[in-house]
Ligand binder design. Structure first.
Ligand code: GLY
Ligand code: MN
Ligand code: MN
Length: 461
């Protein structure tokens, strides 16, 4: 393994927790699906970010003086016959570049000793069930020995505050992996679009799961380990259900299909949404709404650059969508007023009820503060126009090169009084993945086109 990726990250953690800190990071547990079957194993994102070790049953400890200590599953030939190869503590230092490694069974005796004399125990808060109890137990053992000179740490600190900031800005290697994940996912979207058009042309029955199967096939054949999240393949009106999954509904000519799907490659997510006509040709009303969402996405892309705020792309999208809702008659000018009124009263929320993006990285909704750390403490309170609830506004994060976020405006039209019937049941979202650069952003998911004409063209091929 290329350990040079991980050692500098561990060194940065050590520098931030101070010479008398101890950082404690478990990987994820295996999860039972039912009886003898487990869910596919996925390591913990923080743990893997720090050592690249993908086996379950492991903890990484980093001392404030920069020493890395791994606890992992011991070699066990009988278990390895059933479950597969284990690296084991003896081989771990050479393979992973950690300083020491021990069997997991030694953790509960070694942890109190490692905490002895530390001023702070650092671990990710509220991420691993039972972790705090396990650490309390180690502290308790240490406290029982203060009469003999043991020194118990006086503080416990949230390691997420350190790791989230580190993970928020992606290094060159991470960006490269995310570009490759974006390319694979883009290819999967093209495959699903073309399959839909071809099967319908051939008179075959198409269901949502047929298109999901194409996505999975394309992810795996390019080496992606899994989908980064449960794929959404929503035919027709199902697109208006934001958390819909790929199910059994028929994909009908004349309807749109919304696919929100991305692969996970080497621990990094991609997250792409495309909305396309099932048979390859947009109807007039579909195209009108599609062009509106696309224009709103372009406005958000234009607003994404280093120095801008995280909320700038959302505000840019909302402005375009709000104007379009008035122009297309989704909102009645006589009732809601000007575009500024639509924004202030949040009237657009009837058709656009989510944010325009989120951080993307090891987790599809990646870690990282959405408020600006250099402006902590600045806040104002206002009443929300729709709910009347008090909202605390804090300055939004200032974007920096290497941050990765999605840009994903949409429009979802459920029938309601006054809403033109031609738009009923249309749901459209367009989502791309962007790396922030000094001048703007790099869209790493555009291997699948977004322009309506380009989508129609590739579905004809
Ligand atoms: N696919 C999850 C999201 O777009 O946020
Ligand atoms: Mn997303
Ligand atoms: Mn998505």
């Amino acid at each position: 393994m290329n350990t040079t990726l991980y050692q500098p990250r561990r060194a940065r953690v050590a520098a931030q927790i101070g010479p008398r800190g101890l950082a404690i990071v478990p990987t994820a547990p295996e999860q039972r699906r039912n009886r003898d079957a487990d869910f596919p194993y996925r390591f913990d994102s923080y743990f893997h970010y720090l050592c690249g070790f993908a086996e379950p049953g492991a903890w990484l400890l980093i001392t404030g003086t920069g020493k890395s200590i791994l606890f992992c599953q011991p070699k066990d030939l009988e278990r390895e016959i059933w479950d597969g190869y284990r690296l084991g503590p003896q081989a771990a230092p050479a393979e992973l570049g950690v300083d020491e490694a021990y069997a997991m069974s030694e953790l509960d005796t070694r942890l109190p000793a490692l905490l002895d004399g530390c001023d702070s125990a650092w671990y990710p808060f509220a991420t691993h069930s039972g972790l705090d109890l396990r650490i309390q137990s180690a502290l308790q053992q240490l406290r029982d020995r203060v009469r003999y000179g043991a020194q118990c740490p006086g503080a416990q600190q949230d390691l997420c505050s350190v790791l989230d900031e580190m993970r928020l800005v992606k290094d060159a290697q991470e960006q490269d992996t995310m570009r490759r994940a974006g390319q694979i996912s883009a290819g999967a979207h093209i495959r699903a679009m073309q399959t839909s058009a071809r099967m319908l042309r051939d008179g075959q029955e198409v269901r949502e799961y047929h298109l999901e199967a194409e996505l999975l096939h394309e992810f795996r054949r390019h080496g992606a380990q899994s989908p980064a999240y449960t794929s959404i393949v929503a035919a027709g009106a199902n697109a208006c259900v934001l958390h819909y999954r790929a199910d059994t509904a028929l994909v009908r000519p004349g309807e749109l299909v919304l696919i929100d799907a991305g692969c996970e490659l080497d621990g990094y997510a991609s997250d792409i949404t495309r909305t396309f006509p099932a048979n390859g040709t947009f109807t007039g009303p579909q195209r009108a709404l599609y062009e509106l969402v696309l224009a709103s996405q372009q406005a958000a892309v234009d607003a994404t650059r280093a120095g801008a705020r995280f909320t700038d792309p959302h505000e840019a999208s909302v402005r375009v969508l709000a104007q379009g809702m008035l122009d297309l008659g989704l909102l009645d000018k006589d009732k809601v007023g000007t575009v500024q009124d639509v924004i202030e009263k949040r009237a657009y929320f009837q058709f656009y009820m989510h944010r325009t993006g989120h951080w993307l990285g090891r987790d599809v909704h990646d870690c990282g503060a959405y408020t600006e750390p250099s402006e902590l403490g600045q806040s104002s309170v206002r009443k929300d126009a729709l709910t009347g609830q008090s909202i605390v506004d804090r300055p939004a994060r200032i974007l920096r090169p290497g941050m990765v976020l999605t840009i994903e405006p949409g429009i979802y039209v459920r029938p309601a009084p006054g809403v033109p019937e031609q738009f009923h049941h249309i749901g459209i979202r367009i989502e791309d993945d962007a790396i922030v650069t000094a001048q703007g952003c790099e869209l790493i998911s555009r291997g699948v086109p977004v322009e309506a004409d380009a989508i129609e063209a590739l579905m004809r091929d």
